[in-house]
Design a protein around this ligand. Structure first.
Ligand code: FES
Ligand SMILES: [Fe+2]
Length: 340
């Protein structure tokens, strides 16, 4: 990547800041809605062929399973008969069998068999989330139709060496407040010892993603220019060049309750041509240590935060923009009746 100089941000607050609602505690989502995003619900490695698992999602629960064609599915977890948790059931010939009275659901999520001999009720259908799989993650879109593609690094997974894992520590806070961390330039400097400059005039917005360059100084990687992309209001991807290699990083957040967040993290680098070259593996290990350092430094603060936009200063221009961006982001909850 060519080094380029990013202008310093202006020293005065301007259009990003407004004074409305000062001091009021902020919750971005109301009681019955969540943002319309691609959310990470499971690791691909947790859902092998013929595997059926349950996972917390939004304010409810889903099943995640893989049919014999290799496709992953994310559906409401509760049986349309009496509400048994289908993750306690079995996957038989690509059909989900409920543990309670053995009703079966086909690959479209419709009940097609009631062993007692009654005709399956026509409305006995599970809610199916649009599902995607990339970077070792199974994603579910909270909405009927995705607003943008699932997060990616701009090339096929097969060309990359990928390290995907779950943050071992959930955080007790709304996920979009954790996401706002990417806009919070003051905290990068003092909490993470990692000054970041962003050219706020060159942040571009397209189809519910934001893209910008950041000049970052991190103890682990030195001074780098990062291409950052924010997807929806829950995922950040970062591309940079370090030690002569391309490094991709992702941090994505999933609501697992009204005020609980599960993070998923990815590091990736182009697959080395030479099998004896272990530099790529070492880079991914370094990236994992770095990412876990950041999330562990943030976690105790988020667990105890009573979030409000009280007195913002000039350095908070990007943060103020982020708050407004999240506030106007679309919301949905089409599975609300069936996942809880
Ligand atoms: S609760 Fe599932 S079949 Fe009865
Ligand atoms: Fe942080």
């Amino acid at each position: 990547m060519t080094e380029e100089t990013l202008p310093k941000q202006a020293a005065t607050t301007t259009r990003f800041v407004d004074a409305r609602g000062r001091g009021t505690r902020i919750e971005f989502c109301g009681d019955d809605e969540f943002h319309a995003c691609w959310y990470p619900v499971a690791l691909s490695s947790e859902v092998g062929s013929g595997t059926l698992i349950g996972a917390p999602f939004l304010d409810g629960r889903v099943i995640v399973y893989r049919t014999s064609d290799g496709l992953a599915h994310v559906r409401s977890a509760y049986c349309r008969h009496l509400g048994a948790d289908l993750s306690m059931g079995r996957l038989l010939n690509d059909q989900v069998q409920c543990p309670f009275h053995f009703w079966r659901y086909d690959s479209a999520g419709s009940c097609i068999d009631v062993p007692a001999g009654d005709p399956p009720p026509p409305h006995a259908k599970l809610f199916s989330y649009p599902t995607a799989e990339s970077l070792g993650i199974i994603w579910a879109f909270n909405g009927d139709t995705p607003l943008h593609p699932a997060p990616h690094f701009g090339q096929g997974d097969e060309a990359l060496l990928i390290d995907t894992y779950r943050n071992p520590r959930q955080m007790q806070v709304e996920s979009s407040i954790v996401f706002l961390n990417s806009f919070d330039l003051q905290h990068f400097r003092v909490v993470h010892g990692m000054p970041i400059d962003v050219d706020l005039e060159r942040v571009s917005e397209h189809e519910h993603t934001l893209a910008y360059k950041a000049r970052v100084s991190a103890p682990e990687f030195g001074d780098v220019i990062q291409d950052r992309r924010l997807w929806g209001v829950n995922t950040v991807t970062i591309a940079s060049e370090t030690a002569g290699r391309r490094l991709y990083q992702l941090h994505s957040l999933c609501p697992v309750g009204r005020n609980a967040t599960q993070g998923f993290l990815v590091s990736a680098t182009p697959m080395p041509a030479d099998a004896t070259d272990d530099g790529a593996t070492r880079l991914l290990a370094q990236s994992r240590d770095y990412a876990l350092r950041l999330v562990n430094e943030d976690a105790p603060i988020f667990d105890t935060l009573s979030f409000r936009r009280d007195n913002l200063t000039a350095s908070d221009r990007f943060l103020a923009f982020g708050i407004q961006y999240i506030r106007r982001y679309p919301r949905a909850h089409p599975g609300r009746e069936l996942i809880r």
